[in-house]
Design a protein around this ligand. Structure first.
Ligand code: FAD
Ligand code: NAD
Length: 467
C-alpha cells in the first residue's frame, strides 16, 4: 500500500533528517513528517545555523571596529546595516533548508508536512490546515526536539520577553537587552548583540558563566566578555520580568539577597530547554515520559513500544545537534540489525563566542568530586606565535591526564578556533592515547594547534618548550 512505510521519522531536525537518510540508505521505505513548512528543525531554522551566521557577521564588525586599525587597515564610517545582517542570516538558513529538501529527494524519502499524532503503535494521523491523513509504518522514530523553558515569574510573551527564537529575528537593533541565564545561548546571544553596540546585561544564577563546563573556562570567558562591554551578574536570582510595552523590567536578588531591578528593551530568557511531545498522541501508545518530560528509552533508544524509537533533544542527554545526529544514524542501524555504538563520553561541547570554548571529557571539578588523581597541562595562547600574529592572545588550552600512564581524561580549550581544535582531542581520547603520544606527533608551525601540543607536554610532566 502506498501509505505504508518501513520507517517513519517524526521531526526533521538534525536527529530526524539523519535518521531518515540513514534508514533510506539501508534500503527502508522511509518518510519524514514535519509540522513546519521547512525542514531542519530548531538547529537549522532557529538555532545553530542562524546563531552562527549572526555570530560570524557581528564578529567581523567587532574585528573591524577594534583590531583593523592596529593591522594597518583604516575604515571611515564603519556602521552596522542591521537589515542586511538579518537578511544574510535568512539566506544562510534558506540554503540549508533547501539543501535538506534536496537530500530528501535524493534519498527518495517521502516528506509529509503536518503534525504527526499516534493513533496506535503502528499508525499516525498527519494534520495540516484542516486536512488529515492516516499513515502506517513498521517502525517509528520520534525526533520532536525541544522548546525554550522559563522560570517562575517570567512568562515568555514573544514580544518583549523573548526566547532565542525571537532574538534571532528582531526587526530592529535594540538599545539594550537583559539576558536571564549565562549558559550557552546566553553567552552566544550576548556576544552577537554587544558586538554591534547593544548594551547587554547577563543575569546568571550560578557562580560562573557556562557553569557545566570546566570552571576555568567560564572564568576566562567572563574576563573576555566583560572586556567587550557585557555586564555580567553572577550569583543573581531573577524574581520576575515584566513587559512595560516598549521595554522590560527585570527584578532580581543579588549575592546579598538585596532586591534590585534593571530595565532593558528586551528580556531574553535563556535558562534551558524542555523536551517537546505536545500533540504527539503518546497516550495512544505505551511510550512513557520521565518526570522531566523526556521520552524514556533503553540503551538502544527504543521506547516501551519496541517498534518506536526516540532520539535527540526529546530524550535525556546533552541537547546538541551532533548528539541528535549520532542517535539518528544509530537507530536506523539498530533497526537494520547492526550493532552501532554511540560514544556519549566523547561528545564535544562547543560555545561559539570569540574566543571559542570547546571541551571533551572530564572536568577538573568532576575529577575532584570523584576523588581521582590527575595532572594538568595548561598553555596560554599569549605564548603562541600564531596567536600573537593574529592578535588572538586570549585564552588557553588545558589538558587533564591520568598520572600513572598519562591517559587523556579531558581537554578544555578557550581560544581561537577552539571549535575545530577539539576534534583532535576527541580522536586522541577515543583511542586512549597518552599525553606523551599526543605531543610526540608533529604539529604544523605556526598554528593554534601548537598550544595543545604544549599543553600535552606540560601535562606529561616534561615541561613546555615555549613557556
Ligand atoms: P529539533 O531540531 O528541535 O527538531 C524537531 C522538529 O520536530 C521540529 O522541526 C518540530 O517542528 C518537529 N516536530 C515536533 N513535533 C512534531 C509533530 N508532532 N509532528 C511533526 N513534526 C514535529 N546545538 C549544537 O550542537 N550546536 C550549536 O551551535 C547549537 N546552537 C543552538 C543555538 C540555539 C539558539 C538553540 C535554540 C539551539 C542550539 N543548539 C545547538 C541545539 C540544537 O539546535 C538541538 O540540540 C537540535 O536541534 C536537536 O535536534 P532534534 O532533531 O532533536 O530536534
Ligand atoms: P543552558 O543549560 O546552557 O544554560 C542555562 C543557564 O541558565 C545556566 O547557566 C543556568 O545556571 C541559568 N539559570 C537557570 N535558572 C536561572 C535563573 N532563575 N536565573 C538566572 N539564571 C538561571 O541552557 P541554554 O543556554 O538555554 O541552552 C539550551 C540548550 O541549547 C542547551 O542544552 C545547549 O546545549 C543548547 N545550545 C547549544 C549551543 C552550542 O552547542 N553552541 C548553542 C545554543 C544552545
Amino acid at each position: 500500500m502506498e501509505n505504508t512505510f518501513d520507517v517513519i521519522v517524526i521531526g526533521s531536525g538534525p536527529g530526524g533528517y539523519v535518521a531518515a537518510i540513514r534508514a533510506a540508505q539501508l534500503g527502508y521505505k522511509t518518510a519524514i513528517v514535519e509540522k513546519y513548512t521547512v525542514l531542519g528543525g530548531t538547529c537549522t531554522n532557529v538555532g545553530c545555523i542562524p546563531s552562527k551566521a549572526l555570530l560570524d557577521s557581528s564578529e567581523h564588525f567587532h574585528e573591524a571596529a577594534t583590531k583593523f586599525k592596529t593591522h594597518g587597515i583604516e575604515i571611515d564610517n564603519l556602521k552596522i546595516n542591521f537589515n542586511q545582517l538579518m537578511k544574510r542570516k535568512d539566506e544562510v538558513v534558506k540554503q540549508n533548508t533547501s539543501g535538506l529538501s534536496f537530500l530528501m529527494k535524493k534519498n527518495k524519502i517521502q516528506v509529509f508536512e503536518g503534525t504527526a499524532s499516534f493513533l496506535s503503535n503502528t499508525e499516525i494521523k498527519i494534520s495540516s490546515s484542516g486536512k488529515e491523513e492516516r499513515v502506517k509504518s513498521k517502525y517509528f522514530v520520534i525526533a520532536t526536539g525541544s522548546k525554550p523553558s522559563s522560570i517562575k515569574g517570567v512568562d515568555i510573551d514573544k514580544q518583549r520577553i523573548i526566547s532565542s527564537t525571537e532574538a534571532l529575528a528582531l526587526k530592529e537593533k535594540p538599545e539594550s537587552i537583559a539576558i536571564i541565564g549565562g549558559g550557552v545561548i546566553g553567552v552566544e546571544m550576548a556576544s552577537i548583540f554587544s558586538r554591534i553596540g547593544v548594551k547587554v546585561t547577563i543575569v546568571e544564577y550560578a557562580d560562573s558563566l557556562i557553569p557545566t563546563m570546566d570552571k576555568e573556562l567560564g572564568k576566562e570567558l567572563k574576563k573576555v566578555l566583560t572586556k567587550n562591554g557585557i555586564e555580567i551578574l553572577l550569583n543573581h536570582k531573577v524574581q520576575s520580568a515584566e513587559n512595560l510595552g516598549n521595554s522590560t523590567l527585570i527584578t532580581y536578588k543579588d549575592e546579598k539577597d538585596t532586591l534590585k531591578e534593571i530595565r532593558a528593551d528586551y528580556c531574553l530568557v535563556a535558562v534551558g530547554r524542555k523536551p517537546y511531545t505536545e500533540g504527539l498522541g503518546l497516550e495512544n501508545t505505551r511510550v512513557k515520559l520521565d518526570e522531566r518530560g523526556f521520552i524514556q528509552t533503553n540503551a538502544q533508544l527504543q521506547t516501551a513500544e519496541e517498534n518506536i524509537y526516540a532520539i535527540g533533544d526529546v530524550v535525556p542527554g546533552p541537547m546538541l545537534a551532533h548528539k541528535a545526529e549520532e542517535e539518528g544514524a544509530f537507530v536506523a542501524e539498530v533497526i537494520a540489525g547492526q550493532k552501532p555504538q554511540i560514544h556519549y563520553n566523547l561528545i564535544p561541547g562547543v560555545v561559539y563566542t570569540w574566543p571559542e570554548v570547546a571541551s571533551v571529557g572530564l572536568t577538573e571539578e568532576q575529577l575532584k568530586k570523584e576523588g581521582r588523581a590527575y595532572r594538568v597541562g595548561k598553555f596560554p595562547f599569549i605564548a603562541s606565535g600564531r596567536a600573537r600574529a593574529a592578535m588572538e592572545s586570549d585564552g588557553f588550552a588545558k589538558v587533564i591526564s591520568e598520572p600513572k600512564y598519562g591517559e587523556i581524561l579531558g581537554v578544555h580549550i578557550i581560544g581561537p578556533r577552539a571549535a575545530d581544535l577539539i576534534a583532535q582531542a576527541v580522536i586522541g581520547t577515543h583511542y586512549e592515547t597518552t599525553d606523551e603520544d599526543m605531543f610526540r606527533i608533529p604539529y604544523a608551525h605556526p598554528t593554534y594547534s601548537e598550544a595543545l601540543k604544549e599543553a600535552y607536554l606540560i601535562a606529561s610532566g616534561q615541561g613546555a618548550i615555549n613557556l
